[in-house]
Design a protein around this ligand. Structure first.
Ligand code: SF4
Length: 441
């Protein structure tokens, strides 16, 4: 596991009372650089813990002068259908202030329906993601990416056996969903193998027919994966970045070289590996860094798909708060400053489409220098950007093999079904641990 010095470690009373769960926490504690005694807490303590600063580090890490390791908090997912009742035990002001975090802390979000491009999706038509179930083990991260706000507190659930039971029920009800993306709000290999929850999940997917786990990561930490009975049912997707970005902006993650070495190791033991250049930050050296990183990918690994995504999801002022502006390409910065009105209505801000396209075309050309066939897609982009790049990429927004979407099994075949109309939610209100809770009409 990573070398960590967490300022505090907490475990829920249910974790403390269960010898298997407690042992998981104790292994992590012993592996910390300076082990600290875990504090045992109950649900009723949560408002006071939050008011006392438990989540004070949940701010963009680039805006902090120094970033400490996160507080580690171990809990369980609750599969009893009582999530809303548990939340109601807190006062209105506490709920209003902390609802999102309280749900995480109460173990109320094991599985989440991602209603992308469906009714209720505020960003419908603004990104081409497909509706699906997302699954979670952790919330928070040991990495310290400057642009990210998931530092400060890492919440990790430890009841993996119960989790797999209910995940199996969910999978049975949704035969159309072939792959399950884990944790888009954390990077779970950070506490492994000591924590011992990711290994059982990988081995559980190894027992399923035609279902695959996708772990999206920036880690260097894969040596422990080799001993698992994964049976080819886990796909590791690295968010990869060039040398300058990985060293300067994404500390604690693996560098470009370390991530690729980790991918090579995983591939050698039968895991499918793929890459997303995501988020691509236009540092001054972005062209040369892209060329070197793409070359290294093909020298060291055989990915089945590569996706591209420009840095996005915030306006230029927010970007300037988080990133070292003096290290960015001045032309891109000026373009973002000048495009405030043009990108005001899209989540793909701050860089205007013509500049994002410039990045994608450069990466695409580099990839094609090394591999004439590998599927290349753009990730979380707009339908308009897809239309522009369709002739170049040779696939479109409806049929492209996605790096982490619900249909892209190992080998990354082009889709044959409609990814927007085939997925439908069918948990029927009787699978606990899902968010948002849903009852059939
Ligand atoms: S790896 Fe992902 S979750 Fe972790 S700090 Fe970086 S961006 Fe945030």
């Amino acid at each position: 596991m990573y070398t960590l010095n967490p300022p505090r470690i907490l475990m829920h009373e249910d974790v403390a009372a269960n010898p298997v769960y407690r042992a998981r926490v104790e292994r992590v504690v012993q592996a910390c650089q300076t082990p600290v005694t875990p504090e045992v807490y109950a649900d009723r303590d949560l408002p006071a813990l939050l008011a006392g600063g438990l989540a004070a580090g949940r701010i963009p890490m680039g805006a902090m002068p120094t970033v400490p390791d996160p507080v580690l908090l171990f809990n369980t997912f609750r599969f009893d259908g009582q999530g809303e009742a548990r939340l109601r035990q807190f006062s209105d002001p506490d709920r209003k202030r902390w609802e999102g975090l309280l749900r995480e802390l109460l173990g109320d979000r094991a599985f989440q329906w991602a209603n992308y491009n469906q009714e209720g999706d505020a960003h419908r038509h603004d990104k081409v993601c497909r509706p699906c179930w997302r699954i979670h083990l952790q919330n928070g991260c040991v990495h310290k990416c400057a642009y990210c706000g998931f530092g400060g507190l890492l919440i990790a659930a430890v009841n993996i056996e119960e989790y797999c039971h209910w995940l199996g029920k969910l999978a049975e009800r949704h035969p159309w969903q072939l792959t399950y993306l884990l944790d888009d709000d954390g990077d779970p290999p950070g506490l492994e193998p000591e924590l011992g929850t990711l290994g059982p999940l990988i081995e559980y997917f190894g027992t399923l027919k035609d279902r695959y786990l996708i772990i999206h990561t920036k880690t260097w930490n894969t040596a422990w994966l080799k001993d698992l009975d994964h049976r080819g049912h886990t796909i590791l997707v690295w968010s990869l970045s060039g040398a300058t970005q990985s060293r300067l902006i994404e500390p604690i993650t693996g560098t470009t070289e370390q991530r690729l070495a980790a991918a090579h190791l995983a591939q050698e033991t039968g895991y499918t590996v793929r890459f997303k250049f995501k988020p691509i930050i236009p540092v001054k050296e972005w062209r040369e860094d892209a060329e070197a990183a793409v070359r290294q990918v093909f020298e060291q690994t055989r990915p089945d798909v590569i996706s591209l995504c420009c840095f996005m999801w915030m306006d230029i002022d927010d970007l300037k708060r988080r990133l070292p502006v003096d290290r960015l390409d001045p032309e891109f910065l000026a373009a973002a400053e000048g495009a405030r009105a043009e990108v005001a209505d899209t989540i793909t801000k701050p860089f205007p489409p013509a500049f994002r396209q410039r990045l994608y075309e450069h990466y695409f050309r580099e990839i094609r220098r090394w591999d004439s066939k590998i599927p290349v897609s753009i990730s979380t982009e707009t339908f308009a950007m897809w239309k522009t790049l369709e002739p170049l990429l040779g696939v479109n927004a409806r049929n492209y093999p996605c790096g982490c979407g619900p249909f892209t099994i190992p080998g990354a075949p082009t889709l044959t079904c409609d990814p927007f109309t085939v997925p439908s939610r069918n948990d029927q209100g009787d699978i606990p641990g899902v968010f948002p809770a849903w009852k059939p009409a």
